[in-house]
Design a protein. Structure first.
Length: 294
């Protein structure tokens, strides 16, 4: 592996045609330049310069390495410029993650405002569960994530900080022909005989399991459906009921009715999660997410 300083020195000597001039340009002594070039030639497997009566010039091996050195140094220079812009919050990529229902309205609203204020920042958006998003933040694969404590609590990870964004009420979705479709609010005990559509239940504590326990029953039947479109389809067919966060209300089909529940604890907390040293662009998007829920 060639050292970057050695490649930079190779280019300087080639451009100036002299060890002495290259030493002056890079603030080295001439003897230091000679030693570094000799070490580079040894690493390259042979001479890189022809020694002339006055100065030096690249030989075929030197021209080959010089071509690659110029490309490497140019790419590094561009990387430095891009990083400087990125850390100033005026460009580069911003990797943003969110759970599914946050992507219905909350995140798109904030990203639209972000695009207007930071048009030179390219957003790379991904969707995932809160657990997966927090892991990706901890691994450095995300710059910001919108996460929640639903259904099983908010996970923690080293180097990830979370702040509350909003409270999101959990409603119950019923098909329009349901006997309780016109009730508001609905007592959870009136749904004790329903089949519940839920991604997870019983593997670890969930809000639904806790709420049912407070109401004094265990659901008669659970249908494990992960995607919201599937849940909505089952509810619309009268095959069960489901908890739906208010953030998802805009995506609920007309065949369904959303009803509030009497249990005040049935709500989730939505958070903004950031790495320990967030990018300025991520902080700006965090502010816009707060504006979106204000």
């Amino acid at each position: 592996m060639f050292e970057i300083d050695a490649l930079r020195l190779l280019v300087a000597v080639a451009e100036s045609g002299s060890f002495t001039k290259a030493a002056a340009r890079l603030n080295y002594t001439q003897s230091a330049v000679s030693r570094r070039i000799a070490a580079l030639e040894q690493q390259a497997g042979g001479p890189l310069f022809e020694r002339l009566p006055r100065g030096v010039r690249l030989n075929p091996a030197g021209r080959t390495l010089h071509r690659h050195a110029v490309e490497v140094l140019d790419r590094l220079s561009r990387a430095e410029r891009e990083l400087a812009v990125l850390h100033a919050g005026h460009g580069g990529l911003l990797h943003v993650g969110a759970f599914a229902t946050a992507n219905i309205s909350l995140v798109p609203t904030a990203l639209r405002a972000f695009r207007d204020t930071r048009p030179d920042v390219e957003v790379v958006a991904v969707e995932g569960t809160t657990d997966a998003l927090v892991r990706r933040l901890a691994d450095g694969a995300l710059d910001l994530a919108v996460v929640s404590d639903y259904p099983s609590g908010l996970p923690s990870a080293d180097g990830v900080t979370t702040t509350v964004l909003c409270q999101d009420e959990l409603l119950v979705a019923l098909w329009r022909g349901h006997r309780l479709a016109g009730a508001d609010p609905v007592d959870l005990r009136e749904l004790r005989d329903e089949a519940w559509l839920q991604n997870a239940y019983g593997d670890r504590p969930t809000m639904l399991a806790d709420a049912c326990a407070r109401a004094g029953f265990t659901p008669r039947k659970l249908i494990r459906i992960a995607e919201w479109t599937g849940k909505f389809g089952y509810v619309a067919a009268g095959l069960g009921v489901a908890l739906v966060p208010s953030l998802a209300a805009r995506a609920v089909p007309d065949e369904l009715v959303l009803c509030r529940l009497t249990d005040p604890a049935l709500r989730r907390t939505v958070h903004v999660a950031l790495p320990a040293t967030p990018l300025p662009a991520a902080l700006k998007l965090s502010d816009l997410l707060r504006d979106a829920v204000a």
